[in-house]
Design a protein around this ligand. Structure first.
Ligand code: SIN
Ligand code: CO
Length: 377
């Protein structure tokens, strides 16, 4: 596969973004001609059985579905020839360089939206049922054929008594069969139901599109966690002896106390930017960075430059740079070199040589944490 961003043949990225992105589905036949699985079924199953990988097994028996979440054991997996089951492995890009490289081909969309690549393997008839996602997703067919039924869903209503969110009365308007190399784009909230026709593998490139209330809950939690310690509630000298008749009454001054504490929060745009940047660069839960082996790091860096670990998340904004859930110290928050690293995810030897002492100190810290490596390592 050639390096560089995905071309979207026949439409081009610009027209795609104007006409389809977040508006309506688009099927691109042979968007990646000759595309084949980047890891074998065996390698995918091995990954699914690891305890640092998010995976689930979905099976269907008639109208009843069942879901088994990781940690999965080898004996949980049904025989390959049994129809109607699928194994879905989340965040495969975190573990596999070729899959991470595929994800980078989608960087014509902002990193802040990029989530991960999920890879599914399904036996004949396998799928996860009719549903909607909170994500923009590109579904890349990697092996075998899959029938997709698609339809707009005005108000999603879910089936009762199922262990996964399945649409009730799904009314598809499109019915297509995809083959390896075909790419199907779906905006969030679009109903879809994919059923394997024979053994099949699908790569889902997901872009988070969180609902505002969910994002706000996470941001407020983060902002509240950072509040300086406040005075303790006190009712010294304020308890009315008459109140003994109503010990169950919530004291109004306790409500005032909480309201005042909340009004001190008053976040501004810079606080939101910082909280958002730190939140969006937080590594996935199961990511554990390893410290590098000791060795002639400086010499390797001077010769080759450096690259971010594929699991490192980095974003920048006016007056702020974020990496793996942290803000870069104030003195470096406008560093063009660090912005360059965030965009390109690597620095060549000449760029590394141009780093200031403070930038170099920070980058050395990132090496020690396993967030970055000498290029080529
Ligand atoms: C799958 O790969 O089976 C599921 C993808 C999806 O419907 O989001
Ligand atoms: Co889906």
């Amino acid at each position: 596969m050639p390096d560089g961003l995905l071309q979207l043949p026949g439409i081009g990225r610009e027209r795609f973004l104007r006409r389809y992105w977040q508006r309506k589905p688009l099927l691109l036949r042979q968007a990646l001609p000759g595309f084949a699985p980047l890891l074998s079924r065996r390698a995918l199953f091995d990954l699914a059985l690891r305890d640092d990988v998010e995976a689930r097994l979905v099976q269907r028996a008639g109208a009843q579905w069942s879901v088994l979440h990781a940690p999965l054991r080898a004996r949980d997996l049904p025989p390959l020839r049994r129809p109607g089951w699928t194994l879905l492995v989340q965040g495969v890009d975190l573990h596999h360089e070729a899959v991470a490289a595929l994800l980078r081909r989608f960087r014509f969309l902002p990193d802040a939206r990029l989530d991960d690549i999920m890879v599914s393997w399904a036996s004949d008839g396998g799928g996860v049922g009719p549903h909607v996602d909170d994500y923009d997703v590109f579904l890349l067919q990697a092996q075998g054929r899959r029938r997709w039924r698609l339809g707009a869903v005005a108000e999603p209503r879910m089936q009762d008594g199922q262990p996964l969110k399945l649409l009730q009365d799904f009314q598809p308007q499109q019915d297509i069969v995809v083959e390896p190399g075909d790419l199907l784009y779906l905006p969030p909230g679009w109903g879809h139901d994919g059923v394997a026709q024979g053994e099949c593998m699908t790569y889902s490139v997901g872009f988070r599109a969180p609902p505002g209330d969910e994002l706000l809950r996470q941001l407020l939690w983060k902002l509240a966690e950072e509040l300086p310690a406040a005075a303790r509630y006190s009712d010294r000298g304020r308890i009315e002896p008459r109140g003994a008749a109503h010990p169950a009454r919530l004291p109004e001054d306790m409500v005032d106390f909480v309201a005042q504490a909340f009004s001190r929060l008053r976040p501004g745009r810079a606080d939101f930017r910082r909280a958002l940047g730190e939140l969006l660069t937080e590594p996935k839960q199961e990511v554990v960075f390893e410290a590098p082996p000791a060795g002639a790091l400086e010499r390797r860096l001077a010769r080759k430059g450096l690259r971010l670990d594929r699991r490192s998340r980095m974003l920048w904004a006016p007056g702020a740079i974020f990496v793996n859930g942290e803000s870069v110290p104030q003195a470096l928050c406008r560093s063009p070199l660090l912005r360059q690293l965030a965009d390109a995810r690597c620095l060549d030897a000449a760029q590394y040589a141009s780093a200031s002492d403070a930038e170099r100190d920070l980058l050395r810290q990132w090496f020690r944490l396993g967030w970055a490596h000498a290029a080529g390592d």
